[in-house]
Write a protein that binds this ligand. Structure first.
Ligand SMILES: C[C@@H](C(=O)O)C(=O)SCCNC(=O)CCNC(=O)[C@H](O)C(C)(C)COP(=O)(O)OP(=O)(O)OC[C@H]1O[C@@H](n2cnc3c(N)ncnc32)[C@H](O)[C@@H]1OP(=O)(O)O
Length: 262
């Protein structure tokens, strides 16, 4: 139910139940967890893309399946799902939700847990839970509050209204709009700008990003750690360019310029 492919260092996870608009059942969550774990340490995967098959990105939780569970079973299920979304949110590599179509309910929660959200003009988004008499059950409201101002996030959650991707882009919920035609090709080209960078540096930037909103550290501590990270790659401990290699490359370029000027 989740299809996978690695395309040029980009791991693509495709929700593949198009007949129910990629409604997420528990099996899909288990698969999502499995592949996120598998690709966590995989040197060939530098960026993760989540997308959907068919006309929708994701219609949220599988209401058919969830309606057959007892309240206790739902509680257990949601506890596991929120851990998977949190693991996605705290993933060591960049994560991208490529909204190939409508995202509603839990589909918006899933997208909001990612680092980036890309869409095309025909996409609609909606935190529709309130219209079912429920609230976000997987952590989505908290991710939304991190992305939008309090009042904009509350407006979306309290109204349950669907908005277009263009409106969502203006709010800052969507980071980029691409043409509908060849959408995934555009997404992959956008992601390749990250995927072509050294993995060590990508991982270090994600650590700095995670720490940026961690209240346990002061700004001074965060900056000290940031500098330490740079020195780690600079010294080549993580397989990055050694200090002498960085200098050599800089001075070679400088010398070439001088020679060129003569
Ligand atoms: C768990 C919770 C959370 O956030 O914590 C949530 O996610 S609550 C939010 C849950 N999601 C929703 O309320 C969205 C429900 N779905 C929709 O609004 C709509 O289906 C759209 C996604 C906009 C697509 O509309 P459209 O008119 O194109 O198709 P449709 O409604 O005829 O749907 C085609 C088939 O997919 C099924 N289907 C659609 N969404 C489903 C879902 N979330 N769970 C289970 N089945 C679903 C329909 O029942 C229908 O089945 P048949 O072919 O057998 O008739």
């Amino acid at each position: 139910m989740i299809k996978t492919e690695i395309i040029g260092n980009i791991g693509v996870l495709t929700l593949a139940r198009p007949w129910v608009h990629n409604a997420l059942n528990f099996q899909m969550f288990k698969e999502l967890k499995y592949y996120l774990e598998k690709w966590r340490e995989d040197q060939d995967v530098k960026v993760i893309v989540l997308t959907g098959e068919g006309e929708s990105f994701c219609s949220g939780g599988d209401l058919e399946e969830f309606s057959q569970l007892s309240k206790e079973e739902i509680a257990d299920c949601f506890k596991q799902i929120k851990d998977i979304l949190l693991a996605l949110h705290q993933y060591p590599k960049p994560t991208v939700a490529a909204l190939n179509g409508t995202a509603v309910g839990g589909g918006c929660e899933l997208a909001s847990a990612c680092d980036f959200r890309l869409a095309h003009p025909a996409v609609q988004l909606g935190f529709v839970q309130i219209r079912l008499g429920i609230t976000t059950g997987w952590g989505g409201a908290n991710y939304l509050f991190k992305l939008l101002s309090r009042q904009k996030a509350l407006e979306l959650l309290l109204s349950g209204e669907r908005i277009s991707s263009i409106e969502a882009y203006k709010l800052g919920l969507i980071d980029k709009i691409f043409p509908t035609e060849d959408f995934l090709r555009h997404v992959l080209a956008w992601c390749r700008r990250f995927a072509c960078q050294p993995l060590d540096a990508i991982l270090l930037y994600k650590q700095t990003a995670q720490q940026a909103d961690d209240p346990r550290f002061t700004l001074s501590q965060k900056i000290t750690l940031e500098v330490e990270r740079c020195l780690k790659v600079w010294g080549g401990q993580l397989g990055g360019p050694s200090l002498s290699a960085v200098n050599a490359s800089f001075f070679t370029k400088k010398q070439e310029k001088v020679v060129g000027r003569v």
